[in-house]
Write a protein that binds this ligand. Structure first.
Ligand code: NAD
Length: 438
């Protein structure tokens, strides 16, 4: 088959939804994506290295909060989604989206091992006429410099025999308004033909597609978005520290500033950054730019300020107890919410883990409540299981609101607590000498 025929064939399969779609990495990003393509009428094969996830999916059982069993189950039963640990499935696929983790190493360098290993496994079963798209957040140049060489070992030529793109994932777990389907999808290819194929593919299942000129532009888009957020949170955390020092309520300041109809966008302070994106992704950018001789100074500074927030919260707790003539050592501190943000079950990089670790080091006795997180492991601390909020609050010397889940009854919590440190302004509108705000 000629190269032109190969391209026309893939286009036709995508357009008439007979393309066999593959998703490598079935986590918070990969599983919702698999569901959207299955709902759009494609047959989707998920590949993951975790056998337990694959087994649950094969039974139609979801482990991702944003994907209800009622949605997944019928798609699995109808054969629209299947899952396997065997990469040999790639032999029969027309498209593959890579959604594997991109964590940082302890040294804050990117850990590319998951992307490399996924690309190498795909390469073993790679064939002409495929579209491969990397979705994992990463530094600009990854698709071109890391993934392309692995696939080109096949002897196939990008933009002609196969198509390679980067498309950043912007999913916001727990967001009821914006989900995989209606979040605009940016896509950039190694060549213009790759971009065209990638855009055609996503437009079959997602509402809005935003093509950009190259994969590196698409990689940089994601890092701009997350760096913007991280730096603005760093700024507002620093403003919170200033307001605390001079005795001004930072929350009132932000609410009033947010009434400006132009030129201001509110960001809110908190106990520290959490999740798998905002605390991590900007360091992918700073790592890359360092190699080009540019220090990413805003990123380093915001990283430092955000990293200080758990310490600031623990100091607040200690000072609040001392004001009531109690030492932190030996006191019972109850943490309300340990997920990294409201109404989700994810504790990755959650500031609650740092706060618990620091409180434990200072000799406090710790319990926690979180309707989404039945148990947690914290470095150096004995494993904790979740307790009911109000009985624990009644027993505690101090309650710390770390995650403002909407299920918590804040009026009852205030009533039950002797002292309450509120890092999220969850007690907005309540006035009591028991409340210590960030
Ligand atoms: N979670 C989010 O809110 C979010 C949002 C935007 C972007 N991202 C980015 O998307 C990517 C994936 O994140 P996630 O939250 O879905 O991670 P996750 O840990 O929930 O899922 C990743 C999955 O990949 C699997 N995996 C690991 N190595 C593999 C391999 N070699 N082959 C096949 N499967 C493999 C894991 O078993 C896991 O199931 C990351 O780069 C992340 O930064 C995440």
């Amino acid at each position: 088959m000629s190269k032109a025929q190969l391209k026309a064939q893939l286009k036709a399969k995508i357009e008439n939804k007979t393309a066999q779609v593959g998703i490598v990495g079935l986590g918070y990003v990969g599983l919702p994506l698999a569901v959207e393509f299955a709902k759009a009428g494609f047959t989707v094969t998920g590949v993951d290295v975790q056998a337990d996830k694959v087994a649950r999916l094969q039974k139609g059982e979801s482990y991702v909060q944003d994907v209800p069993n009622s949605e997944l189950g019928p798609l699995v039963m109808a054969g629209r989604i299947r899952a396997t640990t065997d990469f040999a499935a790639v032999s029969n696929l027309d498209t593959v989206n890579i959604c594997v983790p991109t964590p940082l190493r302890k040294t804050k360098d990117p850990d590319m091992s998951y992307i490399i290993s996924a690309a190498q496994e795909i390469a073993r079963y790679f064939h002409a006429g495929m579209l491969v798209t990397l979705e994992s957040t990463t530094y600009p140049g990854t698709t071109d410099e890391l993934v392309l060489p692995v696939l080109e070992k096949s002897g196939l030529k990008v933009g002609e025999d196969f198509f390679l793109c980067f498309s950043p994932e912007r999913v916001d777990p727990g967001n009821p308004k914006y989900q995989t389907l209606n979040i605009p999808k940016v896509v950039g290819g190694i060549t213009p033909a790759c971009t065209e194929m990638g855009a055609l593919f996503y437009s079959q299942a997602l509402q809005t597609v935003v093509p950009v000129s190259t994969s590196s532009v698409a990689e940089m888009v994601k890092l701009l978005e997350n760096t913007f957020r991280m730096i603005n949170i760093g700024l507002v955390n620093e403003i919170a520290l200033m307001c605390d020092r001079i005795g001004i309520n930072v929350w009132e300041v932000i609410d009033a500033a947010a009434t400006k109809p132009f030129g201001f966008m509110p960001f809110y302070p908190g106990p520290g950054l959490g999740g798998h994106c905002i605390p991590i992704d900007p360091f992918y950018l700073s790592w890359k730019t360092k190699q080009a001789g540019i220090e990413a100074r805003f990123i380093e500074l915001a990283g430092y300020i955000n990293g200080q927030m758990p310490h600031f919260v623990v100091d607040k707790v200690q000072n609040a107890l001392n004001d009531h003539s109690k030492p932190l050592k030996g006191s019972h501190i109850h943490i309300a919410g340990v997920a990294y943000k409201r109404d989700i079950d994810d504790v990755r990089e959650s500031p609650a883990l740092d706060i618990i670790h620091l409180l434990d080091r200072r000799g406090a006795k710790i319990t926690y409540s979180d309707p989404f997180v039945p148990k947690i492991k914290v470095d150096g601390v004995k494993d904790l299981t979740q307790h009911d909020l109000l009985p624990s609050a009644r027993q505690a010397d101090c309650v710390v609101i770390v995650t403002d889940h909407s299920q918590f009854d804040y009026a009852a919590l205030l009533d039950a607590s002797r002292l309450i440190v509120d890092t999220r302004n969850a007690l907005k509108g309540h006035h009591s000498s028991k409340i210590v705000r960030l």
